[in-house]
Design a protein around this ligand. Structure first.
Ligand code: GH3
Ligand code: MG
Ligand code: MG
Length: 320
């Protein structure tokens, strides 16, 4: 179980020292500044407490029996994961150059020497916590930006950029492994009429409903569903053969057909339907994935022109 910082506005300091007197002194001085203090007497306890508590900062004694502070600091770096990067302030006791270098090389953010000069320690702790909170906020904002850059804002699935990237990787893998790679391109039938009849907002909602249903029907983790543009979508299917690719397309078609979203402007029935084009091939280094998409697009065109609400598999006669 992961303990959560019980007082989110009170920074938690983990102080690690084998000497009880030093721990008590550090505790007294920092508690009086409003920090919450958690103590560890050795490196192993430090690692264990860190994993449970993720304190805002670790004050780490360099010289301890068993695992020393340098090794402990190094091992902490493996546990510390972005964006919650707790800084380590090493307390060296030795101000020779090699100890300072060792502390920084082990991943320490800063160091102070014993005997501890309390105003200096307090200022460093304050600054390091402030910096790490700033870093966290920045990292979270960056992660959110990266996510948004890859996501379609209307449907929440992968956008064209993410699809291009994923397809490029899948294409390379297929080239190297001589494995089959499939794509399904699908498009809503008579969607212009749907917008004209029910309004653009209803059209947006329909795109969301259709996407949600398809997202839930896709099983495999390596199947990427993405918005290709407008009311056209793509599913990338690594390591799939034609019959399974076609079976998945049919599954998608039936899922949407069964939803029976009313569409009185449909020329073939009274609800929303999809047309789908499927293409499967082994990628070739001298071609780009556009070749696969073009085949699927042509199959989709066939599905549209020969009745809609159906899936068409591109055969070798579709080769371009
Ligand atoms: P077909 O059966 O041949 O596919 O006919 P269609 O009417 O669906 O084809 P067309 O390509 O002429 O129309 C696509 C429509 O999709 C036109 C456009 O207004 C609508 N559309 C594209 N993107 C969006 C969107 O984000 N929201 C909404 N509401 N409509 C969209
Ligand atoms: Mg359409
Ligand atoms: Mg279209």
């Amino acid at each position: 179980m992961k303990l959560v910082n019980p007082l989110p506005n009170t920074p938690v300091i983990l102080t690690v020292d084998d000497d009880m007197a030093t721990r008590k002194m550090i505790g007294r001085n920092l508690r009086s500044e409003g920090y919450k203090i958690v103590e560890a007497t050795n490196g192993n306890d430090c690692l264990e407490i860190y994993s449970r508590l993720q304190p805002d900062i670790i004050l780490l004694d360099a010289i301890m029996p068993g695992m020393d502070g340098f090794e402990c600091c190094q091992r902490l770096q493996e546990l510390i994961t972005s964006p919650f990067v707790s800084p380590v302030l090493m307390i060296t006791g030795l101000d020779d150059e090699t100890s300072v270098d060792r502390a920084f090389n082990a991943g320490a953010a800063d160091f102070v020497t014993k005997p501890i000069h309390w105003p200096v320690l307090l200022q460093r702790v304050k600054r390091l916590i402030y910096q790490s909170h700033l870093y966290q906020e920045l990292e979270i904002a960056n992660q959110e930006l990266a996510r948004l850059a890859m996501e379609d804002s209307l449907t929440g699935i992968a956008n064209r950029r993410r699809m291009d990237e994923y397809l490029e990787q899948a294409w390379e893998r297929s080239t190297e492994e001589r494995s089959l790679l499939g794509v399904i391109l699908y498009d809503i039938d008579f969607f212009k009429g749907y917008n004209d009849t029910y309004g653009h907002l209803a059209g947006d909602f329909c795109l969301q409903q259709v996407t949600e249903a398809i997202k839930n029907s896709l099983g495999q983790q390596n199947h990427l569903l993405a918005r290709y543009g407008g009311e056209e979508f793509v599913v990338i299917l690594p390591e799939i053969d034609s019959s399974n690719g076609l079976a998945i397309a049919e599954e998608i078609r039936k899922t949407i057909n069964d939803l029976e979203i009313p569409h009185k402007m449909s020329a073939i029935t009274h609800h929303i339907t999809l047309s789908l084009g499927v293409a499967v091939m082994v990628a070739q280094a001298e071609h780009s994935p556009l070749r696969l998409l073009a085949k699927a697009d042509y199959a989709l065109y066939q599905a549209k022109t020969t009745g809609r609400n159906q899936s068409v598999l591109a055969t070798s006669t579709f080769d371009i």
